[in-house]
Design a binder for this molecule. Structure first.
Ligand code: KIV
Ligand code: ZN
Length: 529
Protein backbone atom coordinates (compact mmCIF):
# COMPACT_ATOMS: atom_id res chain seq x y z
CA UNK A 1 0.00 0.00 0.00
CA UNK A 2 1.35 3.42 -0.81
CA UNK A 3 1.95 5.37 2.35
CA UNK A 4 1.20 8.58 0.49
CA UNK A 5 -2.39 7.47 -0.04
CA UNK A 6 -2.81 5.88 3.36
CA UNK A 7 -6.34 6.12 4.72
CA UNK A 8 -6.93 8.99 7.10
CA UNK A 9 -5.87 7.94 10.59
CA UNK A 10 -7.44 9.42 13.72
CA UNK A 11 -4.54 11.87 13.67
CA UNK A 12 -3.83 13.87 10.51
CA UNK A 13 -0.83 12.77 8.55
CA UNK A 14 2.19 14.87 7.60
CA UNK A 15 3.97 13.47 4.55
CA UNK A 16 7.74 13.19 4.68
CA UNK A 17 9.46 14.10 1.41
CA UNK A 18 13.14 13.24 1.53
CA UNK A 19 15.49 15.11 -0.80
CA UNK A 20 18.83 13.74 0.47
CA UNK A 21 19.52 12.34 -3.00
CA UNK A 22 18.70 15.61 -4.79
CA UNK A 23 19.10 18.77 -2.67
CA UNK A 24 21.43 16.95 -0.24
CA UNK A 25 23.58 15.44 -2.93
CA UNK A 26 23.92 18.85 -4.61
CA UNK A 27 25.99 19.97 -1.65
CA UNK A 28 29.59 20.47 -2.91
CA UNK A 29 31.54 17.32 -2.09
CA UNK A 30 28.53 15.17 -1.18
CA UNK A 31 28.37 13.41 -4.56
CA UNK A 32 27.37 9.76 -4.18
CA UNK A 33 28.03 6.86 -6.50
CA UNK A 34 25.22 5.09 -8.36
CA UNK A 35 25.26 2.13 -5.96
CA UNK A 36 25.33 4.39 -2.92
CA UNK A 37 22.25 6.25 -4.20
CA UNK A 38 20.40 2.96 -4.72
CA UNK A 39 21.30 1.82 -1.23
CA UNK A 40 20.18 5.07 0.44
CA UNK A 41 16.93 5.08 -1.58
CA UNK A 42 16.26 1.49 -0.47
CA UNK A 43 16.78 2.43 3.18
CA UNK A 44 14.53 5.52 2.88
CA UNK A 45 11.80 3.42 1.29
CA UNK A 46 12.10 0.84 4.07
CA UNK A 47 12.02 3.56 6.73
CA UNK A 48 8.62 4.80 5.53
CA UNK A 49 9.51 8.01 3.68
CA UNK A 50 6.41 8.95 1.66
CA UNK A 51 8.17 10.63 -1.25
CA UNK A 52 11.82 10.23 -2.27
CA UNK A 53 13.23 12.97 -4.48
CA UNK A 54 15.77 10.76 -6.21
CA UNK A 55 17.62 13.33 -8.33
CA UNK A 56 17.55 15.83 -11.15
CA UNK A 57 17.36 13.62 -14.28
CA UNK A 58 18.44 16.23 -16.86
CA UNK A 59 21.55 17.14 -14.84
CA UNK A 60 23.68 14.22 -16.08
CA UNK A 61 23.51 10.67 -17.43
CA UNK A 62 24.46 9.52 -13.94
CA UNK A 63 21.50 11.31 -12.34
CA UNK A 64 19.11 10.02 -15.00
CA UNK A 65 20.26 6.42 -14.56
CA UNK A 66 20.09 6.63 -10.77
CA UNK A 67 16.55 8.09 -10.74
CA UNK A 68 15.35 5.46 -13.27
CA UNK A 69 16.80 2.59 -11.26
CA UNK A 70 15.49 3.92 -7.95
CA UNK A 71 12.06 4.25 -9.59
CA UNK A 72 12.20 0.64 -10.83
CA UNK A 73 13.20 -0.69 -7.41
CA UNK A 74 10.78 1.40 -5.34
CA UNK A 75 8.37 -0.54 -3.17
CA UNK A 76 6.37 1.83 -0.98
CA UNK A 77 7.58 5.37 -1.58
CA UNK A 78 6.52 7.71 -4.37
CA UNK A 79 9.57 8.49 -6.52
CA UNK A 80 10.01 12.07 -7.61
CA UNK A 81 12.45 13.78 -9.97
CA UNK A 82 13.24 17.50 -10.31
CA UNK A 83 12.75 19.47 -13.54
CA UNK A 84 13.19 23.13 -14.40
CA UNK A 85 10.34 25.00 -16.08
CA UNK A 86 10.86 23.74 -19.62
CA UNK A 87 9.49 20.82 -21.64
CA UNK A 88 12.87 19.17 -22.18
CA UNK A 89 13.58 18.91 -18.44
CA UNK A 90 10.06 17.72 -17.71
CA UNK A 91 10.13 15.05 -20.45
CA UNK A 92 13.50 13.78 -19.24
CA UNK A 93 12.22 13.67 -15.66
CA UNK A 94 9.16 11.69 -16.72
CA UNK A 95 11.34 9.21 -18.67
CA UNK A 96 13.19 8.48 -15.42
CA UNK A 97 10.37 8.42 -12.84
CA UNK A 98 7.74 6.68 -14.98
CA UNK A 99 9.12 3.27 -13.96
CA UNK A 100 8.00 3.81 -10.38
CA UNK A 101 4.89 2.23 -8.95
CA UNK A 102 4.00 5.78 -7.88
CA UNK A 103 5.84 8.49 -9.90
CA UNK A 104 5.89 12.25 -9.35
CA UNK A 105 7.25 15.15 -11.42
CA UNK A 106 8.52 18.15 -9.45
CA UNK A 107 8.90 21.27 -11.55
CA UNK A 108 9.92 24.70 -10.33
CA UNK A 109 10.80 28.26 -11.29
CA UNK A 110 12.24 31.16 -9.27
CA UNK A 111 9.42 33.65 -8.65
CA UNK A 112 11.05 36.34 -6.48
CA UNK A 113 12.15 39.60 -8.16
CA UNK A 114 15.79 38.49 -8.05
CA UNK A 115 15.01 35.17 -9.69
CA UNK A 116 12.60 36.60 -12.27
CA UNK A 117 15.42 38.81 -13.52
CA UNK A 118 17.62 35.83 -14.49
CA UNK A 119 15.49 34.43 -17.35
CA UNK A 120 14.36 38.03 -17.91
CA UNK A 121 10.65 37.23 -17.73
CA UNK A 122 8.13 39.80 -16.57
CA UNK A 123 5.35 38.77 -14.20
CA UNK A 124 2.89 37.91 -17.00
CA UNK A 125 5.43 35.98 -19.06
CA UNK A 126 6.43 33.97 -16.02
CA UNK A 127 2.79 33.25 -15.17
CA UNK A 128 2.30 31.92 -18.70
CA UNK A 129 5.42 29.77 -18.42
CA UNK A 130 4.12 28.28 -15.17
CA UNK A 131 0.74 27.50 -16.72
CA UNK A 132 2.33 25.82 -19.77
CA UNK A 133 4.95 23.77 -17.93
CA UNK A 134 2.65 22.51 -15.17
CA UNK A 135 0.03 21.60 -17.81
CA UNK A 136 2.71 19.73 -19.76
CA UNK A 137 3.85 17.83 -16.66
CA UNK A 138 0.27 17.01 -15.72
CA UNK A 139 -0.36 15.57 -19.20
CA UNK A 140 2.44 13.11 -18.50
CA UNK A 141 1.85 12.27 -14.85
CA UNK A 142 -1.12 12.64 -12.51
CA UNK A 143 1.13 13.48 -9.55
CA UNK A 144 2.76 16.88 -10.11
CA UNK A 145 4.51 19.08 -7.58
CA UNK A 146 5.22 22.71 -8.35
CA UNK A 147 7.60 25.03 -6.46
CA UNK A 148 7.98 28.81 -6.68
CA UNK A 149 11.69 28.92 -5.81
CA UNK A 150 12.54 31.68 -3.32
CA UNK A 151 8.85 31.83 -2.40
CA UNK A 152 9.58 33.52 0.91
CA UNK A 153 11.06 36.55 -0.93
CA UNK A 154 8.31 36.66 -3.57
CA UNK A 155 5.71 39.46 -3.38
CA UNK A 156 2.68 37.99 -1.52
CA UNK A 157 0.16 39.00 -4.21
CA UNK A 158 2.29 37.52 -6.97
CA UNK A 159 2.84 34.34 -4.95
CA UNK A 160 -0.94 33.91 -4.58
CA UNK A 161 -1.38 34.53 -8.30
CA UNK A 162 1.19 31.96 -9.46
CA UNK A 163 0.10 29.33 -6.93
CA UNK A 164 -3.46 29.67 -8.26
CA UNK A 165 -2.22 29.25 -11.84
CA UNK A 166 -0.25 26.12 -10.91
CA UNK A 167 -3.25 24.61 -9.11
CA UNK A 168 -5.54 25.34 -12.06
CA UNK A 169 -2.97 23.77 -14.41
CA UNK A 170 -3.14 20.57 -12.36
CA UNK A 171 -0.44 20.67 -9.67
CA UNK A 172 -1.38 18.32 -6.84
CA UNK A 173 1.28 19.54 -4.39
CA UNK A 174 2.47 23.13 -4.01
CA UNK A 175 5.82 23.41 -2.30
CA UNK A 176 6.86 26.67 -0.65
CA UNK A 177 10.67 26.87 -0.58
CA UNK A 178 12.62 29.12 1.73
CA UNK A 179 15.51 28.75 -0.69
CA UNK A 180 18.04 30.91 1.12
CA UNK A 181 16.97 30.16 4.71
CA UNK A 182 15.72 33.71 5.22
CA UNK A 183 12.37 33.22 6.92
CA UNK A 184 11.33 33.42 10.58
CA UNK A 185 8.90 30.79 11.94
CA UNK A 186 5.98 33.21 12.23
CA UNK A 187 6.49 34.30 8.61
CA UNK A 188 6.69 30.70 7.43
CA UNK A 189 3.30 30.05 9.05
CA UNK A 190 1.86 33.32 7.74
CA UNK A 191 2.65 32.45 4.11
CA UNK A 192 0.92 29.06 4.33
CA UNK A 193 -2.11 30.63 6.05
CA UNK A 194 -2.30 33.36 3.42
CA UNK A 195 -2.22 30.83 0.57
CA UNK A 196 -4.89 28.68 2.22
CA UNK A 197 -7.12 31.70 2.75
CA UNK A 198 -6.63 33.55 -0.50
CA UNK A 199 -5.99 31.01 -3.27
CA UNK A 200 -9.04 29.34 -4.84
CA UNK A 201 -8.57 25.56 -4.88
CA UNK A 202 -5.95 25.64 -2.10
CA UNK A 203 -8.06 23.28 0.00
CA UNK A 204 -7.86 20.61 -2.73
CA UNK A 205 -4.07 20.28 -2.83
CA UNK A 206 -1.26 19.61 -0.38
CA UNK A 207 1.05 22.42 0.70
CA UNK A 208 4.66 21.47 1.33
CA UNK A 209 7.37 23.34 3.20
CA UNK A 210 11.01 23.25 2.05
CA UNK A 211 13.39 25.13 4.32
CA UNK A 212 17.09 25.83 4.23
CA UNK A 213 19.05 26.34 7.41
CA UNK A 214 21.13 29.45 6.76
CA UNK A 215 19.92 31.12 9.97
CA UNK A 216 19.52 27.83 11.88
CA UNK A 217 15.71 27.97 11.70
CA UNK A 218 14.89 25.29 9.11
CA UNK A 219 13.30 22.85 11.57
CA UNK A 220 11.35 25.60 13.39
CA UNK A 221 10.16 27.04 10.07
CA UNK A 222 9.00 23.63 8.81
CA UNK A 223 7.05 22.93 12.00
CA UNK A 224 5.50 26.41 11.95
CA UNK A 225 4.33 25.75 8.39
CA UNK A 226 2.75 22.48 9.52
CA UNK A 227 0.95 24.26 12.32
CA UNK A 228 -0.45 26.66 9.71
CA UNK A 229 -1.66 23.88 7.41
CA UNK A 230 1.27 22.48 5.39
CA UNK A 231 1.02 18.69 5.17
CA UNK A 232 4.34 17.78 3.58
CA UNK A 233 7.79 18.49 4.99
CA UNK A 234 10.79 18.42 2.66
CA UNK A 235 13.97 17.40 4.43
CA UNK A 236 17.23 15.49 4.25
CA UNK A 237 19.01 12.99 6.49
CA UNK A 238 21.45 14.80 8.83
CA UNK A 239 20.20 18.07 7.30
CA UNK A 240 22.61 17.44 4.40
CA UNK A 241 22.44 20.19 1.80
CA UNK A 242 24.14 23.20 0.29
CA UNK A 243 25.57 25.87 2.61
CA UNK A 244 24.02 25.28 6.07
CA UNK A 245 21.87 22.49 4.67
CA UNK A 246 18.17 21.61 4.60
CA UNK A 247 15.65 20.78 7.32
CA UNK A 248 16.89 17.59 9.02
CA UNK A 249 14.46 14.68 8.65
CA UNK A 250 15.34 13.25 12.07
CA UNK A 251 14.62 16.58 13.77
CA UNK A 252 11.15 17.19 12.35
CA UNK A 253 10.12 13.56 12.71
CA UNK A 254 11.23 13.34 16.34
CA UNK A 255 9.82 16.79 17.16
CA UNK A 256 6.42 15.69 15.84
CA UNK A 257 6.69 12.52 17.88
CA UNK A 258 7.93 14.01 21.15
CA UNK A 259 5.59 17.06 21.08
CA UNK A 260 2.57 15.26 19.70
CA UNK A 261 0.64 16.92 22.53
CA UNK A 262 0.86 20.31 20.81
CA UNK A 263 1.34 19.32 17.17
CA UNK A 264 -0.88 16.25 16.78
CA UNK A 265 0.31 14.92 13.42
CA UNK A 266 1.70 11.54 12.51
CA UNK A 267 4.39 10.58 10.06
CA UNK A 268 4.85 7.12 8.59
CA UNK A 269 8.51 6.97 9.65
CA UNK A 270 9.93 3.99 11.52
CA UNK A 271 12.13 6.09 13.79
CA UNK A 272 14.25 3.12 14.88
CA UNK A 273 15.89 3.25 11.44
CA UNK A 274 17.07 6.86 11.85
CA UNK A 275 20.49 6.18 13.35
CA UNK A 276 21.51 3.65 10.73
CA UNK A 277 20.47 5.96 7.89
CA UNK A 278 22.28 8.86 9.51
CA UNK A 279 25.50 6.84 9.66
CA UNK A 280 25.17 5.56 6.10
CA UNK A 281 24.49 9.04 4.69
CA UNK A 282 27.42 10.42 6.64
CA UNK A 283 29.70 7.67 5.28
CA UNK A 284 28.68 7.83 1.64
CA UNK A 285 28.48 11.63 1.47
CA UNK A 286 31.72 12.07 3.40
CA UNK A 287 30.02 14.67 5.64
CA UNK A 288 30.62 13.89 9.32
CA UNK A 289 27.76 14.61 11.73
CA UNK A 290 28.63 17.32 14.25
CA UNK A 291 28.93 15.94 17.81
CA UNK A 292 26.18 18.11 19.28
CA UNK A 293 23.77 17.69 16.33
CA UNK A 294 20.19 17.22 17.54
CA UNK A 295 18.98 13.59 17.56
CA UNK A 296 21.89 11.91 15.72
CA UNK A 297 24.98 13.67 17.08
CA UNK A 298 27.44 11.58 19.08
CA UNK A 299 26.62 13.59 22.23
CA UNK A 300 22.85 13.76 21.73
CA UNK A 301 22.20 11.16 24.44
CA UNK A 302 25.32 11.58 26.57
CA UNK A 303 25.02 13.02 30.04
CA UNK A 304 28.38 14.32 31.11
CA UNK A 305 27.73 16.58 34.10
CA UNK A 306 27.33 15.06 37.55
CA UNK A 307 23.88 16.57 38.11
CA UNK A 308 22.57 15.18 34.84
CA UNK A 309 24.05 11.73 35.40
CA UNK A 310 22.57 11.53 38.86
CA UNK A 311 19.15 12.59 37.58
CA UNK A 312 19.23 10.17 34.66
CA UNK A 313 20.20 7.26 36.90
CA UNK A 314 17.28 7.98 39.24
CA UNK A 315 14.74 8.56 36.48
CA UNK A 316 15.72 8.82 32.79
CA UNK A 317 12.89 11.24 32.13
CA UNK A 318 14.57 13.95 34.21
CA UNK A 319 16.91 14.82 31.38
CA UNK A 320 15.88 12.62 28.43
CA UNK A 321 12.87 13.54 26.32
CA UNK A 322 13.45 10.62 23.94
CA UNK A 323 14.85 7.17 24.44
CA UNK A 324 17.99 6.25 22.49
CA UNK A 325 16.19 3.08 21.32
CA UNK A 326 13.53 5.27 19.64
CA UNK A 327 16.05 6.26 16.98
CA UNK A 328 17.72 2.85 16.86
CA UNK A 329 20.64 3.67 19.12
CA UNK A 330 21.74 0.69 21.16
CA UNK A 331 23.23 1.00 24.62
CA UNK A 332 26.73 2.47 24.67
CA UNK A 333 27.96 -0.32 26.93
CA UNK A 334 31.27 -2.00 26.55
CA UNK A 335 30.40 -4.40 23.80
CA UNK A 336 33.16 -6.67 22.63
CA UNK A 337 36.61 -7.80 23.57
CA UNK A 338 39.33 -9.87 22.00
CA UNK A 339 37.71 -13.09 23.20
CA UNK A 340 34.39 -12.37 21.51
CA UNK A 341 33.56 -14.80 18.74
CA UNK A 342 32.09 -14.54 15.25
CA UNK A 343 28.49 -15.14 16.36
CA UNK A 344 28.68 -12.39 18.98
CA UNK A 345 30.17 -10.00 16.42
CA UNK A 346 27.47 -10.84 13.87
CA UNK A 347 24.71 -10.28 16.46
CA UNK A 348 26.23 -6.99 17.62
CA UNK A 349 26.64 -5.70 14.06
CA UNK A 350 23.06 -6.67 13.27
CA UNK A 351 21.90 -4.65 16.28
CA UNK A 352 23.87 -1.71 14.85
CA UNK A 353 22.09 -2.08 11.49
CA UNK A 354 24.71 -4.08 9.54
CA UNK A 355 23.38 -7.39 8.26
CA UNK A 356 26.40 -9.23 6.89
CA UNK A 357 26.82 -12.20 4.57
CA UNK A 358 29.29 -14.88 5.73
CA UNK A 359 32.20 -13.73 3.57
CA UNK A 360 31.74 -10.10 4.66
CA UNK A 361 31.64 -11.20 8.29
CA UNK A 362 34.93 -13.10 7.86
CA UNK A 363 36.69 -9.95 6.62
CA UNK A 364 35.27 -7.78 9.39
CA UNK A 365 36.14 -10.39 11.99
CA UNK A 366 39.83 -10.30 11.04
CA UNK A 367 39.85 -6.52 11.35
CA UNK A 368 37.89 -6.63 14.59
CA UNK A 369 40.45 -9.01 16.14
CA UNK A 370 43.30 -6.74 15.05
CA UNK A 371 41.53 -3.78 16.65
CA UNK A 372 40.75 -5.69 19.86
CA UNK A 373 44.44 -6.59 20.14
CA UNK A 374 45.42 -2.93 19.98
CA UNK A 375 42.57 -1.43 21.95
CA UNK A 376 41.53 -2.67 25.38
CA UNK A 377 37.83 -1.94 25.03
CA UNK A 378 35.84 -2.07 21.83
CA UNK A 379 32.63 0.01 21.90
CA UNK A 380 29.69 0.25 19.51
CA UNK A 381 31.14 3.40 17.97
CA UNK A 382 34.41 1.54 17.32
CA UNK A 383 32.49 -1.14 15.43
CA UNK A 384 30.62 1.46 13.39
CA UNK A 385 33.94 3.13 12.51
CA UNK A 386 35.36 -0.28 11.58
CA UNK A 387 32.41 -0.94 9.28
CA UNK A 388 32.80 2.46 7.61
CA UNK A 389 36.47 1.76 7.09
CA UNK A 390 35.72 -1.67 5.64
CA UNK A 391 33.42 -0.12 3.04
CA UNK A 392 35.73 2.65 1.95
CA UNK A 393 38.50 0.36 0.71
CA UNK A 394 38.16 -2.50 -1.74
CA UNK A 395 40.72 -4.94 -3.10
CA UNK A 396 40.28 -3.43 -6.58
CA UNK A 397 41.30 0.11 -5.58
CA UNK A 398 44.04 1.67 -7.76
CA UNK A 399 45.98 2.84 -4.70
CA UNK A 400 46.48 0.82 -1.51
CA UNK A 401 48.57 1.63 1.54
CA UNK A 402 51.00 -1.24 2.15
CA UNK A 403 53.38 0.15 4.78
CA UNK A 404 53.85 3.43 6.61
CA UNK A 405 56.40 4.56 9.17
CA UNK A 406 56.80 8.12 10.39
CA UNK A 407 59.36 9.99 12.44
CA UNK A 408 58.12 12.96 14.45
CA UNK A 409 58.73 14.85 17.69
CA UNK A 410 60.22 18.11 18.87
CA UNK A 411 63.38 17.72 16.79
CA UNK A 412 63.05 17.78 12.99
CA UNK A 413 62.95 16.65 10.33
CA UNK A 414 59.55 14.95 10.30
CA UNK A 415 59.72 12.06 7.88
CA UNK A 416 57.47 9.43 6.34
CA UNK A 417 58.49 6.18 4.68
CA UNK A 418 55.59 5.00 2.57
CA UNK A 419 55.00 1.95 0.42
CA UNK A 420 51.96 2.17 -1.86
CA UNK A 421 50.54 -0.45 -4.17
CA UNK A 422 49.68 1.31 -7.43
CA UNK A 423 47.65 -1.03 -9.63
CA UNK A 424 49.08 -3.89 -7.61
CA UNK A 425 52.75 -2.86 -8.04
CA UNK A 426 54.80 -1.78 -5.00
CA UNK A 427 56.32 1.71 -4.95
CA UNK A 428 58.22 3.14 -1.97
CA UNK A 429 59.53 6.58 -1.08
CA UNK A 430 60.74 8.74 1.84
CA UNK A 431 59.38 12.27 2.24
CA UNK A 432 59.57 15.10 4.73
CA UNK A 433 56.97 17.66 5.84
CA UNK A 434 55.87 20.07 8.57
CA UNK A 435 54.58 17.19 10.65
CA UNK A 436 54.06 13.44 10.23
CA UNK A 437 50.72 13.84 8.39
CA UNK A 438 52.15 16.45 6.04
CA UNK A 439 55.19 14.25 5.37
CA UNK A 440 52.98 11.22 4.68
CA UNK A 441 50.67 13.17 2.31
CA UNK A 442 53.77 14.48 0.50
CA UNK A 443 54.92 10.88 0.08
CA UNK A 444 51.55 9.94 -1.48
CA UNK A 445 51.79 12.91 -3.87
CA UNK A 446 55.32 11.96 -4.89
CA UNK A 447 54.36 8.36 -5.60
CA UNK A 448 51.10 9.27 -7.33
CA UNK A 449 51.38 12.80 -8.77
CA UNK A 450 48.00 14.49 -9.36
CA UNK A 451 46.40 17.93 -9.69
CA UNK A 452 43.77 17.56 -6.95
CA UNK A 453 43.73 20.13 -4.17
CA UNK A 454 43.13 19.26 -0.54
CA UNK A 455 39.97 21.09 0.59
CA UNK A 456 39.26 19.52 3.96
CA UNK A 457 41.21 17.45 6.49
CA UNK A 458 39.32 16.62 9.68
CA UNK A 459 40.13 14.32 12.59
CA UNK A 460 37.71 13.09 15.30
CA UNK A 461 38.22 10.64 18.16
CA UNK A 462 35.65 7.82 18.02
CA UNK A 463 35.63 7.20 21.78
CA UNK A 464 37.39 8.49 24.87
CA UNK A 465 40.95 7.62 25.91
CA UNK A 466 44.34 7.93 24.27
CA UNK A 467 43.91 4.50 22.66
CA UNK A 468 40.77 5.72 20.84
CA UNK A 469 40.42 5.26 17.11
CA UNK A 470 40.65 8.43 15.05
CA UNK A 471 38.23 8.87 12.16
CA UNK A 472 39.66 11.09 9.46
CA UNK A 473 37.70 12.77 6.65
CA UNK A 474 39.41 14.24 3.61
CA UNK A 475 37.93 16.20 0.71
CA UNK A 476 39.84 16.88 -2.50
CA UNK A 477 38.88 18.61 -5.72
CA UNK A 478 40.13 18.44 -9.30
CA UNK A 479 38.57 20.23 -12.30
CA UNK A 480 35.25 20.72 -10.52
CA UNK A 481 35.12 17.07 -9.47
CA UNK A 482 35.02 16.64 -5.72
CA UNK A 483 35.83 13.42 -3.91
CA UNK A 484 35.74 12.60 -0.23
CA UNK A 485 37.50 9.85 1.66
CA UNK A 486 37.45 8.59 5.22
CA UNK A 487 39.21 6.04 7.37
CA UNK A 488 39.58 5.00 11.00
CA UNK A 489 42.56 3.66 12.92
CA UNK A 490 44.03 3.85 16.40
CA UNK A 491 47.02 5.48 14.67
CA UNK A 492 45.97 8.95 13.53
CA UNK A 493 48.65 9.19 10.83
CA UNK A 494 47.66 5.82 9.35
CA UNK A 495 43.96 6.86 9.36
CA UNK A 496 44.93 10.14 7.67
CA UNK A 497 46.90 8.54 4.86
CA UNK A 498 44.23 5.90 4.27
CA UNK A 499 41.53 8.61 4.12
CA UNK A 500 43.62 10.59 1.62
CA UNK A 501 44.24 7.50 -0.51
CA UNK A 502 40.53 6.64 -0.29
CA UNK A 503 39.62 10.11 -1.62
CA UNK A 504 42.13 9.70 -4.47
CA UNK A 505 40.67 6.27 -5.34
CA UNK A 506 37.18 7.79 -5.51
CA UNK A 507 38.49 10.58 -7.71
CA UNK A 508 40.13 8.05 -10.02
CA UNK A 509 36.81 6.14 -10.25
CA UNK A 510 35.00 9.39 -11.03
CA UNK A 511 37.49 10.28 -13.77
CA UNK A 512 36.93 6.87 -15.37
CA UNK A 513 33.14 7.28 -15.30
CA UNK A 514 33.12 10.84 -16.60
CA UNK A 515 32.61 9.81 -20.16
CA UNK A 516 29.53 7.54 -20.36
CA UNK A 517 27.92 7.30 -16.91
CA UNK A 518 29.04 10.79 -16.00
CA UNK A 519 28.32 12.04 -12.50
CA UNK A 520 29.52 15.54 -13.23
CA UNK A 521 26.41 17.73 -13.39
CA UNK A 522 26.02 19.31 -16.81
CA UNK A 523 23.35 21.84 -15.85
CA UNK A 524 22.84 24.06 -12.89
CA UNK A 525 19.39 23.97 -11.30
CA UNK A 526 19.75 27.48 -9.89
CA UNK A 527 18.94 29.00 -13.29
CA UNK A 528 15.50 27.39 -12.82
CA UNK A 529 14.49 27.62 -16.49
O1 KIV B 1 15.57 25.37 -2.22
C1 KIV B 1 14.88 25.36 -3.24
O2 KIV B 1 14.25 26.34 -3.63
C2 KIV B 1 14.85 24.11 -4.01
C3 KIV B 1 13.86 24.06 -5.13
C4 KIV B 1 14.43 23.46 -6.35
C5 KIV B 1 12.61 23.38 -4.67
O3 KIV B 1 15.52 23.17 -3.69
ZN1 ZN C 1 16.34 23.45 -1.63
Amino acid sequence: MTTENAPASPQARVLIFDTTLRDGEQSPGATMTHDEKLEIAGLLDEMGVDIIEAGFPIASEGDFNAVSEIARRSRNSTICGLARANYKDIDRCWEAVKHARSPRIHTFIGTSPLHRAIPNLDMDQMAERIHDTVTHARNLCDNVQWSPMDATRTEPDYLCRVVEIAIKAGATTINIPDTVGYTYPFESAKIIRMLLERVPGADKIIFATHCHNDLGMATANSLAAVEAGARQIECTINGLGERAGNTALEEVVMALRVRNDILPYQTGIDTTKIMHLSRRVSTVSGFPVQFNKAIVGKNAFLHESGIHQDGVLKNVETFEIMRPEDIGLTQKNLTMGKHSGRAALRAKLKELGFDLADNQLNDVFVRFKALADRKKEVYDDDLVALMKDQETSTGSDTLQVKRLRVVCGTEGPREAELTLLIDGVEHAIDATGDGPVDAAFNAVDMLYPHQAELQLYQVNAVTEGTDAQATVSVRISEDGRIATGSSADTDTVVASVKAYVNALNRLIERRKKSAPGDDVKTVDYRSST
